[in-house]
Design a protein around this ligand. Structure first.
Ligand code: MLT
Length: 402
C-alpha cells in the first residue's frame, strides 16, 4: 500500500497564515456587522505602479500577435530581466553573471524548495522568531525530528529577543544550513555589515551554507545597512540569496522573485548553482513573459521612482503604527527599515490571547508572535501594508482597548 510522507503528519496544525485566516473567517461569520482592519499577513494593498502596468500591457499585446508570441520561456528567466537584476546588484558593488540568477514565482516557493538539493541529514538553524516557511519546509523534508511541546527537537533555534537586541548569537552546535532574513520578518530589525561578516566568516569556517532572505531590502532607509549578503566579503563562498518583487513592487498577487546562487558556492566539490539549475529545469517552467516584462519595468527610472513612492507610503504607515503604539504604552521594535512592527504584548499576556483580544475588541487583525516560533511568545506583529486611513484607525482602536 502507498505510504505517505510521514513528516507531514508531524506538522502542527495548519500553516500560520492559514490558521489566522481561519480564525478571522470564523469571527467574521459570527459577527457580520464588524468591520475588520487586517494588519496580519504582510500583503500589499497599493496597486502595481504605472510603469509596470504599461510594460505588462505591451507584453500582453505581443502575446496576441503571431510574430511576437512566446511559448515556454527559459527556465531561469529571460535575459532582459536577468540583466536588469544584474545591473541592480552592480549598483551595490556586487558583480553577478546571468546564470547566477534564477527568476521564479516567489521567494516563498524558493525558500521552501531549496531544501530539495540538500541532504536530509543537514542540521538547520533558524532565528527564533522566524518566517515559518523555513521551519515547516524543513520539517516536511524530515530534517527537524519531532515536534514536542511547541518545538522541533532537531533544529538549532537562535533566540532573538528584546534581551539580545534581536540579534542571534552564533550557535554552540554547528548548523549546516543557516537561515537569515534581513530586514527581518517578523521583528523588522536589520543586520549591520559587521554582523553579517561574523556570519559569513562562521559559515566559511564551518562549511555551512547561509540561506539569506532579503525580500524586504527595498524598505531599508538607513544608509550603512547592507541590502545584500553579497556586499560582504567571502559571502559568495557560503551564501545564496532570496529576493522578491512582492513587497518591493506589489507583486504578491502577480508573482515574481529571484534567487541568486554564486558559482563560487560549492560543498563537497559540488556546485550548488548547478544543482539548483538542475532542480529548476526539472520542476519549474519559468515565470510568464508578461510578468517578467512587468518585473523588468521595476528597474527603469520611472519604475524605481514610482515603486519608491509606494514604499514611502508604507513607511508612513509604519511610523503611524510605531509612534501610535508607543504613545499607547506598548514597547515596539522595527518599522524603520522594514514594513513590520514587532510589539511586546501588555502585562505579559500571551500572543494568541492578545491576538484574540485585538480581533474581538478592536476588530484589528495582527499576527501572534508565537506563530513565528517559541521566542515570539509575548509579542505581536503588525504590518504597514494597509491603507493609510485604515492604519490610523487600527492604531486608534488598538490604543482604546489597552
Ligand atoms: C508575512 O506576512 O510574513 C508574509 O507576507 C508572508 C509571505 O511573504 O509569504
Amino acid at each position: 500500500m502507498l505510504k505517505i510522507n510521514d513528516n507531514f503528519q508531524k506538522l502542527p496544525g495548519s500553516y500560520l497564515f492559514t490558521e489566522i485566516a481561519r480564525r478571522v473567517a470564523k469571527y467574521s461569520a459570527e459577527n457580520p456587522d464588524k468591520k475588520l482592519i487586517k494588519l496580519g499577513i504582510g500583503d500589499v494593498t497599493r496597486p502595481l505602479v504605472p510603469a509596470v502596468i504599461e510594460a505588462m500591457h505591451k507584453a500582453v499585446d505581443e502575446m496576441g500577435r503571431e510574430e511576437t508570441f512566446r511559448g515556454y520561456g527559459p527556465d531561469n528567466g529571460y535575459d532582459f530581466l536577468l540583466d536588469a537584476i544584474r545591473d541592480d546588484y552592480k549598483e551595490r558593488g556586487v558583480c553577478l553573471e546571468r546564470d547566477e540568477i534564477f527568476v521564479s514565482d516567489g521567494a516563498k516557493s524558493d525558500c521552501g524548495n531549496i531544501g530539495d538539493i540538500f541532504a536530509k541529514e543537514n542540521l538547520v538553524a533558524v532565528c527564533d522568531p522566524v518566517y515559518p516557511v523555513y521551519v515547516d519546509s524543513n520539517a516536511m523534508a524530515g530534517r527537524l525530528g519531532d515536534y514536542v511541546d511547541g518545538k522541533w527537537n532537531n533544529i538549532v533555534y537562535m533566540p532573538c529577543t528584546m534581551e539580545n537586541g534581536f540579534e542571534p548569537a552564533l550557535p554552540d552546535r554547528v548548523p549546516d544550513m543557516i537561515y537569515l532574513c534581513y530586514p527581518n520578518n517578523p521583528t523588522g530589525m536589520v543586520a549591520t555589515k559587521e554582523t553579517l561578516k561574523k556570519w559569513v566568516d562562521y559559515a566559511n569556517e564551518h562549511g555551512s551554507v547561509i540561506l539569506y532572505d532579503s525580500a524586504y531590502e527595498a524598505f531599508i532607509t538607513e544608509p550603512d545597512i547592507p541590502h545584500s549578503i553579497f556586499e560582504i566579503e567571502g559571502a559568495k563562498n557560503c551564501a545564496l540569496e532570496f529576493r522578491s518583487f512582492s513587497k518591493t513592487a506589489g507583486f504578491t498577487g502577480t508573482r515574481c522573485a529571484y534567487t541568486v546562487i554564486p558559482k563560487e558556492l560549492e560543498r563537497g566539490g559540488v556546485s550548488v548553482n548547478k544543482l539548483w539549475a538542475r532542480r529548476q529545469g526539472t520542476k519549474f517552467n519559468g515565470v510568464s513573459y508578461i510578468v517578467q516584462r512587468g518585473a523588468e519595468a521595476v528597474f527603469t527610472a520611472e519604475g524605481r521612482k514610482q515603486t519608491q513612492e509606494t514604499i514611502a507610503f508604507y513607511h508612513k504607515n509604519a511610523e503611524v503604527i510605531r509612534e501610535g503604539l508607543k504613545s499607547a504604552g506598548l514597547t515596539v521594535f522595527g518599522g524603520v527599515n522594514a514594513p513590520y512592527i514587532w510589539a511586546k504584548t501588555p502585562n505579559g499576556i500571551g500572543s494568541w490571547e492578545f491576538f484574540d483580544k485585538l480581533l474581538r475588541e478592536a476588530n484589528v487583525v495582527t499576527t501572534p508572535g508565537e506563530g513565528f516560533g517559541p521566542s515570539g511568545e509575548g509579542y505581536i506583529r503588525l504590518t504597514a501594508f494597509g491603507g493609510a486611513e485604515a492604519t490610523c484607525e487600527a492604531v486608534k482602536r488598538v490604543a482604546s482597548v489597552l
